[in-house]
Design a protein around this ligand. Structure first.
Ligand SMILES: [Zn+2]
Length: 237
């Protein structure tokens, strides 16, 4: 292969490394955002579990108050029963007391259900809390790792770039400006190999004239995508 091809391929290899490193670097903010939002979801689940638990605790308190209310009604009726003289009135008060006792029975069974529910909700809350705390820890360390990766990538990019100008100087300025324009187009590599009879970038069939020129090692472009073409004559090396 001609020298210009080898020089440009060396520069291109370096530029592709820079492009890949930059691509990896550009993905980091999205990955960090995703990690943080996962943690937020677990926090939400924990808050929701706590709210349910607090609601049941309040319900238990209300049931407790309802029992107390019935108990004071019973005391009131008992007080009245001492005063009444007629048997019928006494019987009526006793029946009121029975009603209160039966209401208390109903409320107490509701209370038992609520206690059971509260136990379940407490264990769900504990589970959510554990998940959140564990996830927070791992998210923090994963975020740290991503920050470190960002620093490493930036260093690597700087290192690769520092070797670039020496390679650039080897290339004819006009060819270099074409190369740079194609590189900044961000689609594929500027210099592409002829594959069979097709362009290595756009994969369309090339004219025999174009292939012949490329075979001679003279710079020629693809008629379709205008990427620079070369023929790899090192096969069987
Ligand atoms: Zn092409």
């Amino acid at each position: 292969m001609r020298k210009w091809i080898l020089d440009m391929l060396a520069l291109q290899e370096l530029d592709m490394r820079i492009r890949n490193l930059k691509l990896r670097l550009s993905m980091l903010p999205v990955e960090k955002e995703k990690l943080s939002s996962e943690n937020v979801r677990e926090q939400e689940a924990m808050k929701e579990a706590k709210t349910k638990m607090q609601k049941t605790e309040l319900e238990i308190k209300q049931l407790e108050a309802a029992i107390q209310k019935e108990n004071s009604e019973i005391l009131r009726f008992q007080g009245q029963s001492i005063m009444v003289k007629k048997n019928e009135e006494y019987k009526a008060l006793m029946s009121e007391i029975e009603k209160c006792k039966s209401k208390i029975g109903d409320v107490e069974s509701k209370q038992i259900e609520a206690w059971d529910q509260l136990e379940k909700e407490k264990s769900i809350f504990k589970e959510c809390e554990k998940n959140f705390n564990e996830r927070s820890k791992s998210v923090q360390s994963e975020l740290k790792e991503l920050d470190q990766l960002g620093t490493d990538l930036k260093e690597e990019i700087a290192k690769v770039k520092s070797g670039r100008s020496a390679l650039e100087m080897k290339i004819d300025p006009e060819m270099l400006s074409d190369y740079t324009r194609l590189l900044n187009g961000k689609r594929g590599t500027p210099l592409v190999k002829v594959n069979q009879e097709n362009c290595g970038n756009c994969h369309l069939k090339l004219t025999p004239q174009t292939i012949n020129t490329a075979k001679k090692g003279v710079m020629i472009r693809c008629d379709n995508c205008s990427h620079m073409l070369y023929v790899d004559d090192t096969k069987g090396e």
